[in-house]
Design a protein around this ligand. Structure first.
Ligand SMILES: NC(=O)C1=CN([C@@H]2O[C@H](COP(=O)(O)OP(=O)(O)OC[C@H]3O[C@@H](n4cnc5c(N)ncnc54)[C@H](OP(=O)(O)O)[C@@H]3O)[C@@H](O)[C@H]2O)C=CC1
Ligand SMILES: O=C(O)C1=N[C@H](C(=O)O)C[C@H](O)C1
Length: 250
């Protein structure tokens, strides 16, 4: 058997970081060599010889962490959200100077969540309207969720490709926020509910019918097969990969 892949986890004491540490530790082909959280010495990830860094931290710090990984020649598997097109372009620019390094940025590592995004993308052109509702635990920093933003972007792109116009909406009078956030012309509604983990509904509508695509992550363990897949694959994928779907042949 070949040497295990050496993995460092950032955000190691957080909700996702703890799960990621457990999952890496339990995998025979991976070795957990660094666990770093806020206030810890970031360079211990490099000192420990990490080949892959897993990041579940915070949108405010994730860009610095990616920069660090690229500068150190460490591949990165990033689950932290808060990415924009500009942020992704910045990562591409950094990677241009380190062509051997791979960075995976995935708003959701849940296989079902990735499938549900794909289903929504496929369905979008058949329905006049599409809206996204995401429901998360109240400790979440960003809204809408990274998954919801990506879902809305995929729906919007599918509608554009099909030559569809704006989603019909006669609203002329509304309280602030009543119609949710506008992501590429798709309305996204964010609920924060104690007891929940991560849930999303895409509600599509056409004359006489609706289609609801719902996914529920009931436990953060649901994200781990995707995280481990990313860790095992990223060295074979130099440059920036956005979304786990690329690794699932979707
Ligand atoms: N892609 C996916 O499948 C998923 C993505 N996420 C995303 O992952 C991120 C983390 O979520 P979650 O685990 O719930 O959040 P938590 O707040 O539970 O965990 C984040 C951890 O990162 C720590 N941290 C903050 N800054 C740094 C830093 N500079 N270096 C190292 N550690 C740091 C925090 O410390 P402190 O609390 O002291 O600030 C905290 O312990 C979010 O963006 C979330 O949206 C979540 C679930 C799935
Ligand atoms: O913060 C969370 O919990 C989650 N964050 C990700 C997101 O913003 O989409 C993924 C999942 O929804 C859980």
């Amino acid at each position: 058997m070949s040497e295990p892949i050496r993995v460092g986890v950032l955000g190691a004491r957080g909700r996702m970081g703890q799960q990621a540490c457990r999952a890496v530790d339990a995998a025979d082909d991976l070795e957990l060599v660094a666990m770093v959280d806020a206030g810890d010495w970031l360079f211990s990830v490099a000192d420990a010889g990490s080949q892959v860094l897993v990041d579940f931290t915070h949108p405010d710090v994730v860009m610095d962490n990616i920069r660090f990984a690229i500068d150190q020649g460490i591949h990165a598997v990033v689950g932290t959200t808060g990415f924009t097109a500009e942020r992704l372009d910045t990562v591409r620019t950094w990677l241009a100077d380190a062509p051997q390094v791979g960075v995976l940025v995935a708003p959701n590592f849940g296989i079902g969540a990735v499938l549900s995004m794909r289903f929504a993308q496929l369905a979008a052109r058949f329905y006049d309207t599409a809206e996204v509702i995401e429901l998360h635990h109240p400790h979440k920093a960003d809204a809408p969720s990274g998954t919801a933003v990506r879902t809305a972007e995929l729906i919007a792109a599918a509608r554009r490709e099909a030559g569809m116009g704006a989603v019909p909406d006669a609203t002329t009078q509304a309280r602030d926020g009543a119609r949710g956030a506008d992501v590429d012309g798709v309305h996204v509604h964010a609920l924060r509910v104690a007891g929940m983990v991560a849930h999303q509904e895409v509600v599509l509508g056409a004359e006489g019918e609706t289609l609801t695509i719902r996914h529920d992550s009931l436990d953060r363990v649901s994200f781990m097969p995707g995280v481990l897949l990313g860790v095992r694959e990223i060295a074979r994928r130099p440059g920036l990969t956005v979304g786990l779907e690329a690794l699932l042949d979707l």
